[in-house]
Design a protein around this ligand. Structure first.
Ligand code: HGY
Ligand code: MN
Ligand code: MN
Length: 415
């Protein structure tokens, strides 16, 4: 005798606080860089948890972990995914909410003895953050054919450790045959990581799409010199030029207005010594815009302003635009199912776009996908202060469960 599945919020919140102890940082956040020891530990805990939720676990050649719960019919799976890696001193909810929300859905189905028509796949994607191994969303990107496996394996971190070696070191290089295929639907629950829901005083968001994102590496070459005898008038100070570039990136985004954002998050002067005029700077630029065409125009304007700074300061600049995640609108049918579920579980949900990149972007390139947001108190993320409240988390996971049940019934038998 089956009953209607429902989430056990106490069990869910306990999982979230348990996982937050893995890679815990003093300020209440987590550091679980991709393929690190902390990533290995959280993967082991995830493997143990899904084993207890009536699933079979598969690991693919990029380390993506796929927990599969059988369905009643031979249909494409309904997939729930997100990530357990984090940025350094990140928050406990980014990524983990989606994976543990999916785990709670599996547990709720098992508690109720409810077997869905579709198989359910719960996916922990490798290296969503792309901070130790750039770029982001590498596991989902590889699974959906965006990144070639050899290229991924050769990516190195700041210590020169290859992705492939780090994956082997934590023991999570699985089988190419186990890569997740596009399913009947892909759902990702995630914290908003911005202020929109909080300012509107709304717990749950229905995500319509993800901004276009592009990452550039910029190298500024000037002339190293003695900080004492070298006259200001003849210097070719790479760091002073880089400082102007940082302000230019900020100015470009402010001028363009929301939702445009521009960030220099990484900057390394060389030789980085107190009494040497820096001769070289390597820096990152992250630009985001509503559409791919607008993003390309923004990059062109950035390049033009960069060239003007380089000419005036007599430095050379080289730009490597090494990653672009095209702006993505989610499937209207999936968005509609999420909205209908939110009406039941958290009335008053808001529709919005995501400024953050997510694995759902690559899933959306492969098939129907959508996202559910949970309010971020203060709109903060990628920092230890990241906070979402228990009731909002419960509402988000309830919406996820309701959407799974709704799609399981609604999707046609030949999806
Ligand atoms: O960069 C992003 O938007 C994501 O957090 N990786
Ligand atoms: Mn995330
Ligand atoms: Mn993130």
């Amino acid at each position: 005798m089956t009953s209607k599945p429902f989430i056990n919020s106490e069990r869910l919140l306990t999982s979230i606080s348990d996982y937050a102890r893995i890679g815990a940082t003093p300020g209440g956040g987590v550091t679980r860089l991709a393929l690190s020891e902390e990533d290995q530990q959280v993967r082991k805990r995830f493997a143990a948890d899904v084993a207890g939720a009536e699933t079979t676990l598969r690991v693919d050649d990029i380390g993506n972990m796929v927990a599969i719960r059988s369905g009643r019919e031979a249909l494409s799976p309904i997939q729930i995914g997100s990530h357990l890696d984090s940025v350094r001193n990140g928050g406990r909810f980014d990524g983990a909410l989606g994976v543990l929300g999916g785990l709670e859905v599996l547990r709720a189905l098992a508690d109720a003895g409810h077997v869905t028509r579709h198989p359910i796949e719960l996916i922990n994607w490798t290296n969503e953050e792309g901070v130790r191994y750039e770029p982001a969303m590498m596991g989902s990107g590889a699974a959906y054919g965006v990144f070639e496996r050899g290229w991924v394996g050769e990516r190195t971190d700041r210590d020169g450790i290859r992705f492939g070696d780090a994956l082997d070191a934590i023991g999570y290089r699985g089988d190419l045959a186990y890569r997740p295929e596009p399913g009947a639907a892909y759902l990702e629950l995630h914290i908003e990581q911005g202020p929109v829901l909080d300012e509107a005083d709304v717990a749950v968001g229905v995500v319509e799409g993800i901004l276009g994102i592009t990452w550039l590496d910029v190298v500024v070459e000037g002339q190293a010199d003695h900080a004492g005898p070298s006259p200001m008038s003849t210097r070719r100070d790479a760091l002073a030029a880089a400082a102007e570039i940082v302000s230019m990136v900020e100015g470009l985004a402010v001028e363009a207005g929301p939702p445009v954002v521009g960030t220099v998050g990484r900057l390394s002067p060389d030789p980085d010594l107190i009494n040497v005029v820096p001769g070289r700077v390597e820096m990152s630029v992250d630009l985001r815009h509503q559409t791919s065409a607008q993003l390309n125009d923004l990059v062109a304007e950035f390049q033009s302003r960069l060239d003007a700074i380089a000419t005036r300061r007599k430095v050379t600049v080289t730009v490597d635009r090494f990653w672009t995640s095209e702006a993505t609108r989610f499937d209207a049918g999936i968005v509609g199912a999420i909205a209908a579920s939110a009406d039941v579980c958290s009335p008053g949900a808001l529709r919005l776009w995501s400024g953050a990149g997510h694995d759902a972007k690559y899933a959306a390139d492969g098939g129907p996908a959508g996202m559910i947001f949970v309010r971020s108190r203060g709109g903060l993320s990628h920092c230890e202060e990241e906070m979402s409240e228990d009731d909002d988390i419960a509402a988000g996971v309830a919406t996820l469960l309701e959407t799974v049940l709704r799609l399981d019934t609604a999707l046609s038998s030949n999806d």
